[in-house]
Design a binder for this molecule. Sequence first.
Ligand code: CP
Length: 319
Amino acid sequence: MAEPARRHLISLNDLDDEDLRWIVGRGVEYALGHRTDERPLRNSVAGILFRKTSTRTRTSFSAGALRLGAKLINYGPGDLQENTGETIEDTAAVLSRMLDMLVVRTSGAEAELRAYAVSSRMAVINAMCADEHPTQALADLTTLTQRFGRVEGLRVLYVGEGNNTASALALALSRYDDTSLYLRTPTGYGLDQRFLDRAELNAKRSGALVEEWHDMAELPHVDVVYTTRWQTTGTVKHTEDWREVFAPFHVDAAVMAESGAKVFLHDLPAHRGEEVAAEVLDGPASLAFTLAENKYHSARAVLAWCAGTGTREDPVRDA
Ligand code: CP
């Protein structure tokens, strides 16, 4: 019997519209408690390679793979012979003969993930790299769909560094009709122009708006305020005065009131008193911990899709 074709998830831009919506829809189904008896990863072995710290993403993919029927091999940052000079290409050529999927977190660029993705025998999943955090954005979309019943037309204010969470959010929201993403990022710590350009290309097709300002003046009226901690995992700041530069990019009750947002999202981990006031993170508008849970539901959807489940032959049920 032919092996199922496995699929890589390295950038949101790799997904066509149908696959993007399938993964988000399946994540919502899992969040609602559907399909708990299905084991699309039965007889599979998943490698979990995390070079950087993680609580949510690592646990989401590990628990998700186990629940879907896979067995796991965990690799810490010092475990593979890459540390003694073996190339990623040689490592991937070996692992792809033994594993069905490899979930990777690295502080390297997207190109590093692509170097692992050499074979359709082993799906490679980007669990965060320097450029993009696509599985975070898929959990974000799952949470928005669960809360609002749609993503189309939503207005989101993002406050904080233009990091890999922001780039993935921009690529994700710009795929949906008439969404608006207002990025408020500190000067010198904005979204990489490559991602603004890609999001604007998406937006031309969908009618979305992606706009970046470097101050907190005149906040737009939005549905959702989203922030992320000032110290992005795996990165260091390139200016000594970065705390002063970041200080205004803080979400408190005044920001929530001025923006009119009914929902607050944070990708976590959080530092109360820095990027967000405790009263907002722990307040009634916050879905930060629902979003954390949805990382698990969304990870299962990603794993099922990468294993070859999906789309026309396996439609998402109405939630
Ligand atoms: N949001 C997120 O990616 O969390 P972890 O770093 O804990 O995986």
